[in-house]
Design a protein around this ligand. Structure first.
Ligand SMILES: *[C@@H]1O[C@H](CO)[C@@H](O)[C@H](O)[C@H]1NC(C)=O
Ligand SMILES: *[C@@H]1O[C@H](CO)[C@@H](O)[C@H](O)[C@H]1NC(C)=O
Ligand SMILES: *[C@@H]1O[C@H](CO)[C@@H](O)[C@H](O)[C@H]1NC(C)=O
Ligand SMILES: *[C@@H]1O[C@H](CO)[C@@H](O)[C@H](O)[C@H]1NC(C)=O
Ligand SMILES: *[C@@H]1O[C@H](CO)[C@@H](O)[C@H](O)[C@H]1NC(C)=O
Ligand SMILES: *[C@@H]1O[C@H](CO)[C@@H](O)[C@H](O)[C@H]1NC(C)=O
Ligand SMILES: *[C@@H]1O[C@H](CO)[C@@H](O)[C@H](O)[C@H]1NC(C)=O
Length: 422
């Protein structure tokens, strides 16, 4: 209680000096003592603010439509429903809610697909670290959102455990990050603010799980809508297709992230890695040190199951399959209560369109307000670009309070900003 009073006072002080620049260089989370939970944090409510600072680096210069940037360390709940903690970055728009027609505040929770079991790949660090060149369209999305007058919340949704691909951890963490930034100290009124979720690929994973879990885990939150691109509906089928692909490097991170909160499953996974030869444990575990971009390069087109003593059979053990089923299958943890915009390339090579067709069918059968656009052009990465403008326009209606679609609409579209096969 006392610490909460202290936190509220420090929000007030920080916000009052919102122009305070913090141009000290960011440190990787594993080397930055700020990334630790205070003693007894377990007894606080999920979403409680545990630590707060002006974000390091020149974030308001990188995102020049923002007037302030904060790092917030907050209480959350892991996939075993035990107390945990994570960090989010909140960007305050220079001109609040310029585009909307009402005085309601607008908050976009933007989930970046960082796809890594390495906590040092977390957005709160990477966004402001000197070697972050930004990537299209991620930077543009954040800038556009700020220019529209939206607050932008960018959670490290894999939490401090770096649980890449664990949907429960990611969903809970997104929801608690929203609770944290709706603290009145930051200027948003939690009773009138419209909140939307947006994510592509690994970012859609976190966003969709938040949408599913909201009813049970965060009934106090009202989410106005969720835009979900390149949806990873079925983890089993992503794993099954991961060998000899340009994106094979997702598999080591996927399995290490999935087992991050499960020591027994992690030990089993490690026991199945070959110790010698070209496809060995040292190489496999190198993803713990890098980013997903590094992993794509390292493992491109490799026979990725060759890292295991029994090939893909090593992954058929219930220690692994139970985790994939419980934390990697969308559509089983609750019915999204908010409108959904789902967009995906029909020829998505990472996550088959049929998996998402199945999910949408289930949601439509139980009355979820769904607009599903299947792009008949191009592949997974291309769709992030091709679908971007539609998603932004959809969010603009949702956050402006003018979205009027109801029921279930499924349609094919042809969007061709790029026709890259990937
Ligand atoms: C922030 O920007 C200022 C001036 O543009 C520069 O001097 C400083 O080194 C930058 N800090 C970081 C951490 O990049
Ligand atoms: C923000 O950055 C963009 C692109 O780098 C630039 O065109 C624009 O003038 C900048 N705006 C302000 C207010 O500095
Ligand atoms: C605001 O309302 C006007 C008139 O109803 C409409 O044309 C416009 O698109 C709305 N703007 C937004 C951002 O929703
Ligand atoms: C997920 O994909 C696997 C492999 O393609 C399939 O056997 C399974 O039935 C799918 N699960 C769900 C819940 O759709
Ligand atoms: C592991 O594999 C890499 C190449 O993938 C090789 O350079 C290294 O020597 C191997 N290590 C062992 C212990 O075999
Ligand atoms: C990560 O990098 C550190 C320092 O470069 C090295 O000591 C460690 O062995 C690496 N770990 C893995 C799993 O590659
Ligand atoms: C799609 O875009 C590509 C690249 O801009 C262009 O070469 C191609 O003609 C376009 N295809 C169609 C059917 O418009």
């Amino acid at each position: 209680m006392k610490s909460q009073v202290k936190i509220l006072a420090s929000i007030a002080v920080l916000v009052a000096s919102a122009t305070a620049k913090s141009d000290f260089a960011p440190l990787p989370p594993t080397q930055d003592p700020w990334y630790t939970a205070p003693r007894d944090y377990e007894s606080t409510q999920p979403g409680s603010i545990l630590r707060l600072r002006v974000a390091p680096g020149n974030l308001t210069a990188v995102f020049n439509a923002s007037s302030a940037a904060y790092n917030i360390l907050f209480r959350t709940t892991n996939s075993l429903y035990q107390p945990s903690w994570a960090v989010t970055t909140l960007l305050i728009p220079s001109h609040v809610n310029a585009a909307a027609n009402t005085s309601a505040g607008a908050l976009l929770s933007y989930q970046i697909p960082y796809n890594s079991p390495n906590v040092d790949a977390s957005p709160s660090y990477v966004l402001s670290s000197p070697d972050w060149g930004g990537s299209e369209p991620l930077n543009t999305d954040i800038q556009s959102a700020l220019r529209a007058g939206w607050y932008v919340n960018i959670p490290d949704f894999e939490s401090h455990t770096a649980s890449f691909s664990n949907g429960v951890t990611e969903g809970n963490t997104v929801l608690d990050s929203i609770r944290a930034v709706l603290n009145p100290g930051f200027g948003l009124d939690s009773s009138t603010t419209r909140t939307a979720l947006w994510g592509y690929s690994g970012g859609s994973l976190a966003s969709e799980w938040a949408a599913e879990l909201q009813r049970s885990y965060a009934p106090d939150l009202t989410i106005a809508g969720a835009a979900l691109g390149g949806l990873v509906s079925n983890g089993t089928s992503v794993l099954a297709h991961a060998s000899e692909q340009w994106w094979s490097g997702l598999l080591p991170g996927f399995l290490l992230g999935l087992t991050a909160e499960y020591p027994t499953a992690r030990s089993y996974l490690l026991s199945q890695l070959k110790q010698s030869g070209q496809y060995n444990a040292t190489k496999f575990l190198s993803v713990m040190n890098g980013t997903v971009e590094d992993a794509f390069v390292t493992f491109a087109n490799q026979p990725i199951f060759s890292y295991f003593v029994d090939g893909s059979v090593s992954l058929d053990d219930p220690l692994i399959t139970d985790l994939v089923n419980n934390n990697g299958q969308m559509g089983y943890h609750g019915i999204p209560q908010m409108p959904l915009y789902i967009y995906k390339a029909v020829r998505d090579e990472i996550t088959p369109i049929t998996d998402t067709d199945d999910l949408v069918k289930r949601y439509c059968e139980v009355g979820v307000n769904t607009l599903y656009e299947r792009n008949t052009n191009a592949g997974h990465l291309a769709e992030e670009t091709n679908g971007d403008a539609s998603a932004f326009a959809w969010l603009n209606e949702v956050l402006g309070g003018t979205y009027s679609h109801s029921g279930c609409t499924i349609r094919d579209v042809f969007l061709n900003v790029t026709n890259s096969p990937q």
